[in-house]
Design a protein around this ligand. Sequence first.
Ligand code: GRG
Length: 305
Amino acid sequence: MFRIYNLRVTDVSSPNPPLELLEVAKIIENELALRLEDLNLPQNLAEAAKYAVMNGGKRVRPALTLLCCEAVGGSRKQAMPAAIAVEFIHCFSLVHDDLPAIDDDDLRRGKPTLHIKVGEAMAVLAGDLLLSVAFSQLISEQYSTAQQATLTKILANATSDMVIGQVYDTIGGLPKQLDKHQQLEEIHRNKTGALIQSACEMGAICGGASKDALNAISTFGRANGLMFQIVDDLIDLHGSPEHVGKATGKDEEAGKTTYPGTIGVEASKLAVQELQKQAKSALDLLENDAETLLSFNLWMAHRTR
Ligand code: GRG
């Protein structure tokens, strides 16, 4: 056992996040379950939504929201509604991404995907539901009207960027003037990076961040978001479905534009290191202690699923 940025960790390349972060994920899980119950849905839709959300996700995005709020001097509690909102959006995106019309996946988080479990129509509808109830989380009395408006704008923009990224990735339409490397970055920053960046920025807004602190968190989130997808590309290339909990090797099979496919495995690993350093430098600009957030970022650079 050794310490990284003050957290006790058994191994940086452990598939599981540091212990303290597993605890954060557990608190988020409890809150997700409560928020779903509060929706008062017909039983079949409630079961589908629960299956889509309460199924062993790592809770990376909501954990970032809580930790970014804390890193600008707020409390984790202040950031909870925004954290739930971003995880609902993420779960919606996974459900729709897995559909036969898009990625056509049978396995997600180690279990049959939602459309395999309940059929395509219900999976589409449960995804739609999660997309809408995500935004109602932001209309929370915990937030001022100005905060509600800012949070809504950040999450709506990130969600539409994610859809744009998915269109680029699966259908095409990238701006023609971009070279191969720029195309790659454009896909990744939209498809995955935007939502992760928004998770961080929303945390900062919930914590009442100053302009400088919000800028620092935004830079952190941007680097962290791109890094996350490059690591995901490497996992898709090298991971086993049993370990990762979803089909792997699919990017290459589908001829997708990936980092390792475009710049090679070693250069992709270097890009991860570089982005991790950029994320760390951004946190150095904060007045508050961001050690937990930094530890999380480090684990994200080394994760294996
Ligand atoms: C609007 C029809 C329609 C579809 C939306 C936008 C979209 C489809 C899909 C989003 C694109 C997507 C799935 C990007 C991949 C992002 C990614 C790496 C997901 C896995 O995230 P993890 O590892 O998953 O955090 P867990 O299971 O831990 O939550």
